[in-house]
Design a protein around this ligand. Structure first.
Ligand SMILES: *Cc1c(COP(=O)(O)O)cnc(C)c1O
Length: 468
């Protein structure tokens, strides 16, 4: 197991490492084994004795995903083509994670002052940072242009703001416009950005929009990029690739109208879906690169630099929530295990369980995988509303107080997107490695929120404010 882990780390340092199908299967099996070791070590070292819930990140897994991403694109791109893989910070807004990814050659995609501050705190340079957001303020735009951060314009009014800002001060920022290719929805409405009426970007198929875009690019020589982000969980690869095909065709049209290669870089967004049903990584970056090549045969030929903005697919598989089972009960004939992980960490799963099912992996009180005859149970969280359920009628070995449950695949948009219901504390996040000489190593990546901090953020120092 240790040697497997070393193999991943070695791969991660070679951006051109190619992860074939057999390698990928071995890597997936390795991830499950590493998680089991980390759970055992976390329990043995008392991480769950301080607080009843803790979050883990598999450092080798994150490195391997970053290497798979850079390797897959490098394998297809013409040599020397500029490429920036900008991690979508919202997927895991933790400075140590951004720094780890930066060490693997990635930049950051940010959507506002908070995420930009995190990217800067991680030391990610302006030229490896991309600013997207449908609601950028004047101040944010001015700061981004002053720093030289790439900006993707969302709408016509924002473009007018940029006219004024670009005229007022020279900038090193590459600037592009986000389009909505209107290629259609995936299986999750709330996450589908390419519907006819999505709020993002300039809708390409609306009457007159295409001509408007071409005309307005040709008038503005500083518009050198085009942006699309049309994938997400629930969107199949060919549909994501169709959005990129629209982007590429528009760039060609603009460049023909301009009579030169005005658009030199295509930002193709992120949006690769993640498999929440097993440890298998599907689809892979290599499969996505091939789908892109099929849909847009000239995409990788070097005539355009590329920017990507992956989030979920880089981090999801590498995060695990661990929580103690506090009590068990039987209600209306249904066994229920009440745990300390619920809506505060798995908000989407609790509110939209059909769209966001999570696996629940049972471990005993000592952190060993729990086996036993399956029993249909509910797994509940600690929050005071009836719907706070991680799983309903799930077949699991019978859970008991003191047992531990693990929620794998929660490295993106789950425990890093804490929901403050019931003033439940933000748990600590530890990165783990399994190749250390003394077994599993843990490194604190986010401290647990303290009760004092919680009170302070809730206006603790302003107690009399409303009495005056
Ligand atoms: C959220 C987002 C991403 C990342 O999406 P994933 O599905 O996590 O890969 C990339 N670009 C933009 C503009 C986004 O809003």
């Amino acid at each position: 197991m240790a040697s497997e882990t070393h193999a991943h780390v070695t791969d991660a340092h070679d951006p051109h490492a190619f992860t074939g199908a057999a390698d990928a299967a071995a890597a997936d099996a390795g991830a499950g084994a590493r998680r089991d070791r980390a759970v055992r070590a976390a329990v043995e070292r008392g991480l769950l004795d301080v607080e009843p819930v803790v979050c883990l990140l598999d450092v080798a897994g994150i490195r391997a995903s970053a290497a798979a991403l850079t390797g897959a694109f490098a394998a297809h791109l013409a040599p020397g083509t500029p490429v920036l893989h900008a991690f979508a910070v919202k997927a895991a807004p933790l400075v140590p994670v951004l720094r780890l990814l930066a060490a693997s050659g990635l930049g950051c995609e940010v959507a506002g002052p908070g995420e930009l501050a995190l990217a800067r705190a991680a030391g990610v340079p302006a030229e490896r940072t991309v600013l997207d957001s449908p609601a950028k303020t004047q101040a944010e735009l001015r700061e981004a242009l002053a720093l030289g951060i790439a900006v993707n314009v969302d709408n016509r009014q924002e473009l007018e703001r940029l006219d004024a800002l670009v005229a007022a001060a020279p900038t090193a920022s590459p600037i592009g416009v986000r389009i909505n290719p209107q290629t259609g929805a995936g299986t999750i409405d709330a996450l589908s950005t390419a519907t006819a009426t999505s709020k993002f970007g300039i809708a390409l198929r609306d009457p007159g929009a295409r001509e408007w875009l071409v005309r307005n690019y040709v008038r503005r020589p500083w518009l050198t990029r085009l942006h699309v982000h049309s994938g997400s969980q629930g969107v199949p690869l060919p549909l994501i690739a169709a959005g990129v095909r629209e982007l590429h065709a528009l760039a060609e049209e603009i460049n023909a109208a301009a009579g030169r290669r005005q658009v030199d870089t295509l930002d193709i967004g992120g949006g690769l879906p993640v498999n929440f049903a097993s440890d298998a990584t599907t689809p892979t970056y290599e499969e996505y690169a091939r789908a892109l090549r099929e849909a847009v045969p000239t995409l990788f030929d070097g005539s355009y630099g590329l920017v990507t903005e992956f989030g979920r697919s880089l981090l999801a598989k590498h995060g695990t929530v661990l929580a103690r089972v506090e009590y068990t009960k039987v209600t209306g004939g249904r066994p229920i295990a009440v745990t300390h992980a619920g809506v505060q960490l798995a908000t989407r799963t609790v509110y939209a369980p059909q769209a966001w099912p999570l696996r629940v992996l049972p471990y005993d009180a000592k952190g060993a995988p729990k086996t036993g005859p399956p029993l249909v149970q509910d797994v509940a969280g600690p929050a005071c509303f009836a719907g706070d359920l991680l799983a309903t009628a799930r077949q699991l070995p019978e859970l008991a107080p003191g047992d531990v449950i693990a929620l794998p695949d929660t490295g993106a948009y789950f425990f890093t997107a804490h929901y403050g219901y019931n003033s439940l504390l933000r748990p600590a996040v530890y990165g783990f490695t399994t190749g250390a000489p003394h077994g599993v190593g843990f490194a604190l990546a986010r401290p647990a929120q303290s009760l004092a901090a919680l009170v302070d953020e809730a206006g603790g120092a302003l107690g009399d404010a409303l009495l005056a």
